[in-house]
Write a protein that binds this ligand. Structure first.
Ligand SMILES: [Zn+2]
Length: 240
């Protein structure tokens, strides 16, 4: 039986991108009618990489390649503040890029430029919507110390601890499924809004204590922050 426990969420970063002809051809494989360059807004998401992350997990490069294929065509969901009725952005291409020895899954996304999406596009261009989370599932989570697949069995090793000088890391191996990509507004408090959670489904692990009562900031506050950041960009100064 498969449950929500399969889902792994990782944070990612939004990067701007221009749509050339080659990109446009790929985009138009996803659209009902061909779109012209000035009708689309495109951006890149630097999603998961093959480095050990803050959860002491790492994707194998084979997993990243597998996920690239699975993410094409998937929706990009918007933070509730900018939700425009229905989801409007989509992943039209994906690939693994090597930068300085780090392999990273890059998702290329597009959104039609309409009255409804103007606010979202402004928020991305202003850097307000600069983080996102990607949801995916893997076939195996393998302990680097003993090799136990955590989806089948539970070993005594705790990710992040050392055993005889060897760091325990969970290797996320084998792309199984790709779910949504969600763009989130970044609130002023560092760390808030960062998505973390997962579980492999093999066994119950003690969950780290999350601070309670950390409500999402309401729309008015986020919009005020967005407006302020835009002003700061425009005038190059900080408002006190
Ligand atoms: Zn182990």
């Amino acid at each position: 039986m498969k449950t929500e426990m399969d889902r792994i969420l990782k944070s990612a970063t939004v990067v701007k991108q221009e749509a050339g002809d080659a990109e446009l051809a790929l985009i138009n494989m996803q659209t009902l009618r061909p779109l012209a360059a000035d009708e689309v807004f495109t951006f890149r998401l630097a999603a998961c990489d093959d480095q050990v992350d803050r959860d002491y997990e790492r994707f194998t490069s084979e997993t990243l390649e597998g996920l690239a294929g699975l993410f094409v065509g998937k929706s990009v969901l918007m933070d509730h503040t900018w939700r425009a009725g229905s989801q409007t952005a989509r992943v039209y291409a994906a690939g693994v890029e090597d930068s300085g020895g780090i392999k990273r899954l890059i998702l290329r996304c597009y959104m039609p430029r309409t009255e409804q999406t103007a606010g979202i596009i402004t928020a991305i261009e202003a850097g307000i919507l600069r983080e996102c989370s990607v949801g995916c599932a893997v076939r195996r989570a393998v302990c680097s110390v003993c090799g136990a697949d955590q989806t089948k069995t539970c070993c005594p090793h705790i990710p992040g601890r050392e055993y005889d000088g060897q760091l325990c890391v969970m290797e996320l191996d084998g792309a199984k499924d790709a779910y949504e990509v969600s763009l989130v507004a970044v609130p002023a408090q560092p760390g808030a809004g960062v998505v973390k959670t997962k579980r492999y489904g093999g066994a119950e692990a003690p969950e780290a204590q999350e601070p309670q009562g950390a409500e999402a900031p309401d729309d008015d506050i986020l919009l005020a922050q967005a407006a302020q950041e835009l002003e700061e960009k425009r005038y190059g100064g900080k408002f006190v």
